[in-house]
Design a protein around this ligand. Structure first.
Ligand code: ADP
Length: 485
């Protein structure tokens, strides 16, 4: 018998309740429907939790905190490890859930499960390696000690583009450090987060240590940001919403982790290896259908290699297939909503109107499908260079000198990821140094890993996720000065 679209092996992982203080609960008012972005049919529903339920989750996190914080890191790590193993055991179900609610091609969803689960695996071990210090005292008879303490109750607000990975990046380090957490997934993609919480319960995460509240961000957000109990907000999403949340957190002086917009540049220099440049552009631009905050949004190609690059890149783009994420051979699934399609259309038409040359792809055929498209000779002030397109539309802009390239790349208020392709060590070193960006991919578009610090400069955000730096974001340093020795 053939499988129904998105049908899970383990039906219990398709949940319609929120997870508050260790209990699966209904909300108040109408539930929120979750739609498949390809068929536009409703595939699930989740509760609209009330303000009181958000407070209840925060209170439970506060009650659970002292014991969780004092558990040996090894035991917290063991729970994260079990959680990781359960997610991997149910990898296919998670991939189906992600494709069902987000639309991305199933192969991309599988890659997200591996990547997302990797944060649990990494922090399961990292929990035990977080060391304090003893600082040589400037006077006799004293010992200056520095301990790392978990900062307390944390909240997470996550976006729809990586429904699992954007959550595990926060939950992994928070719980490893000894913090407790209440998470609010995006309204469009809450199902993955609920399945993830279910496996957390199975893995032995104590009640209250982790809750998932679903519903309206305008109801949930203010309770989270206004609560004096909450010591940190970790947010991934757009810069305007991040700025607004930061403002709401100011009166209670919360720690902030903000992963915001990107508008990443990719610089391809004359001496780049052509195959490497094309591969870098393919991954940096089209991974996740371009719906990623590290997606190369502006591709600057030096004039000497430009025509060859456009030919080679154009032939690759022309072979890409957009369609139903559940179908074999699909590279790009449907876009998340109608607004996303409208933005891609607007950016494409604007680039063409300003003299851009269509090299591959073209207009959207209808529904939520955006055809992978490449435009050459894009004007340097076209809309697609100024705003994140968040879709499978690539525009190439020429430049003359290395200095010009760097100046164009840095001409943005954002600075999350940047990419460069060159074979010259001196160019790589110089441009790598001069790019105003938290992350630089050199001859690669694949930069994300739990082992490295991910985060931005300028208006792309604050703080880092991944690596031991990501753990430190959930810790306070306590200095103990011991006299009379
Ligand atoms: P995107 O463009 O990725 O949808 P958003 O910043 O709008 O970016 O959304 C990212 C996350 O922030 C989602 O979980 C969304 O529900 C949440 N969000 C949006 N607006 C608010 C708000 N006013 N208060 C709290 N959370 C919000």
């Amino acid at each position: 018998m053939s499988r129904q679209r998105g049908e899970l092996d383990e039906k219990y992982l398709l949940l319609s309740k929120a997870y508050v203080a260790g209990k699966w609960v209904d909300g108040s008012g109408d539930p929120i429907a979750v739609d498949d972005p390809y068929t536009l049919e409703t595939v699930g529903q989740v509760p609209r939790v009330s303000e009181a339920q958000v407070s209840e989750a925060i209170d439970a996190a506060n009650r659970a905190f002292p014991q969780w914080a004092r558990w040996p890191a090894k035991e917290r790590g063991a729970i994260l490890r079990r959680w990781y193993e359960l997610v991997i055991q149910h990898k296919e179900d998670f991939a189906r859930l992600i494709t069902l609610e987000n639309g991305k091609a199933l192969k991309e969803s599988r890659a997200e499960v591996d990547y997302g689960a990797g944060f649990l695996e990494f922090y399961a071990d990292e929990a035990t390696r977080s060391l304090g210090e003893i600082i040589p005292a400037p006077v006799t008879g004293r010992r200056l000690m520095v301990e790392r303490e978990p900062i307390g109750v944390c909240v997470a607000i996550t976006p729809w583009n990586f429904p699992l990975a954007m959550l595990t990046r926060k939950v992994g380090p928070a719980l490893a450090a000894g913090c407790t957490m209440v998470a609010k997934p995006a309204e469009l993609t809450p199902l993955t987060a609920l399945a993830f919480a279910k496996l957390g319960e199975e893995a032995g995460v104590p009640a209250g240590v982790f809750s998932v509240v679903t519903g309206n961000s305008k109801t949930i957000g203010p309770v989270m940001t206004g609560s004096p109990i909450v010591r940190k907000l970790s947010f991934t999403g757009s810069t305007p919403v991040g700025a607004m949340l930061a403002e709401a957190c100011a009166p209670t002086i919360k720690r902030l982790g903000l992963e915001l917009g990107g508008n990443a540049p990719l610089l391809i220099f004359d001496d780049a290896d052509l195959d490497t440049a094309v591969e870098t552009a393919m991954v940096a631009k089209f991974r996740n259908g371009g719906q990623s905050c590290v997606a190369a949004n502006r591709i600057y190609v030096q004039n000497g290699i430009r025509d060859r690059f456009l030919d080679a890149f154009g032939s690759k783009v022309a072979t890409m297939k957009a369609g139903d994420g559940f179908e074999d051979g699909i590279d790009v699934g449907p876009m998340i909503d109608d607004r996303a399609i409208a933005k891609i259309d607007e950016h494409r038409e604007d680039a063409l109107r300003r003299g851009g040359r269509l090299i591959a792809g073209g207009a959207s055929p209808g529904g939520r499908i955006a055809v992978p498209t490449l435009i050459g000779d894009v004007a340097s002030d076209a809309l697609l260079t100024r705003e994140e397109t968040f879709g499978p539309l690539a525009g190439v802009i020429g430049f003359a000198s290395v200095e010009d390239g760097v100046r164009l790349a840095n001409d943005t208020p954002f600075g999350l990821a940047a990419y460069l392709c060159s074979s010259d060590p001196a160019t790589i070193a110089r441009v790598g140094r001069d790019l105003e960006s938290g992350i630089v991919g050199i001859n690669t578009g694949l930069i994300s890993t739990p082992f490295a610090p991910f985060g931005g400069v300028k208006q792309s955000g604050l703080g880092r996720e991944g690596s031991h730096h990501g753990l430190a974001e959930y810790q306070n340093l306590k200095y103990l000065c011991h006299a009379g020795l």
